[in-house]
Design a protein around this ligand. Sequence first.
Ligand code: FE2
Length: 223
Amino acid sequence: MKSHARKAQPTASRGRLIAAAVALLAVIASVSVWLAQRDSSADESHSAHLPAANAALAGPQGGNAGALSALDKTFLTKVRQAGLWEMPAGRLAQTHASSEAIKRAGMHLLEGHSKLDQLAREDSEALSVPIPDEATAEQQGWVDQLKDARGKAFDQLFVDLLRASHGKIFITIGEVRATTKNTLIRRLATQTNNTVQDHMDVLEDTGLVTETTLDDVASTIPK
Ligand SMILES: [Fe+2]
């Protein structure tokens, strides 16, 4: 019995040692998790108190900063009025055009100017620059001409009028985008540039753009 008891004692000790080791590992694991969580929340708290970093991210996208020029204000009006005649023109293309390419161009006009018009109205509000609710008399005259045309005559008139007006505003957009000091106008000029580029592309895809139209656009560039 005595020798049996001596043999049993190391086994019991080993059991206690294993239990202690397991307990120690559990404590180490808990402390590690707690430290990791503490570091993580410290990082979040630290980030939340970095106004300079947040401002730098928000600045180029959404801020309104920088002086407005007379050209900036004119540009806002031009973007608004482009939408006010091109959206009706795009709708007319769906019913009056003979070519699918013209109908497609009309859809691009409708979609592009719906978005651009929304942006122009928001910028007008934010910048306190009033914008008109009507297209110019000349633009309304173009819509009236389109209302009276049908089929192939409509297709050619549509391309002549729209490619000429897009070419002319494209020149103004470059000037505004390159020189404006105002962040909202800069963003609007970028969006307008993309939209007008798209509209020139779909108009050219119809195969109906003439040299006469391009000469007309060229004649408006100041020498
Ligand atoms: Fe357009």
